[in-house]
Design a protein around this ligand. Structure first.
Ligand code: SF4
Ligand code: SF4
Length: 117
């Protein structure tokens, strides 16, 4: 299993992002004064709708949809939710996973063939 198959839940994602944002101090997340931040209402454990991540990514990218689509920060906790959808429920996402598995298996077989030759 890869990381992409084990992404965090929306609630865990906010928790992780907020902790990163304030340098890991829980009390600072609680006391965050960034009321304009799209994640702010959810920083203390309230379950966020996935649309909140789209809003947050628009804030992060200065409202650039193209930046979000090609966001280079694949390790950002919000990355799987950046389109405002839950990738675990996305048919397209399932297709991406299937393709990744296929190519991973193909490259493993290629590697074995090279060892055996
Ligand atoms: S609510 Fe926004 S500004 Fe506040 S800690 Fe979380 S990510 Fe940072
Ligand atoms: S996924 Fe990309 S656009 Fe969204 S918050 Fe993270 S770095 Fe910003």
């Amino acid at each position: 299993m890869t990381d992409i198959e084990h992404h965090l839940t929306p609630k865990e994602t906010v928790r992780r992002y907020c902790l990163q944002c304030v340098g890991g101090v829980r009390e600072d997340v609680k006391n965050c004064e960034g009321t304009g931040c799209a994640l702010w209402p959810y920083r203390n454990g309230k379950r966020p709708p996935v649309k909140a991540f789209r809003k947050f990514c628009l804030q992060c990218s200065n409202r650039s949809c193209s930046y979000i689509a090609a966001c280079p920060s694949v390790n950002c906790p919000c990355y799987p939710y950046r389109f405002g959808t839950n990738p675990a429920r996305s048919i397209k996402y399932e297709k991406v996973l299937r393709e990744r598995r296929f190519y991973a298996q193909a490259s493993m077989l290629d590697g074995q063939a090279m060892v055996n030759s």
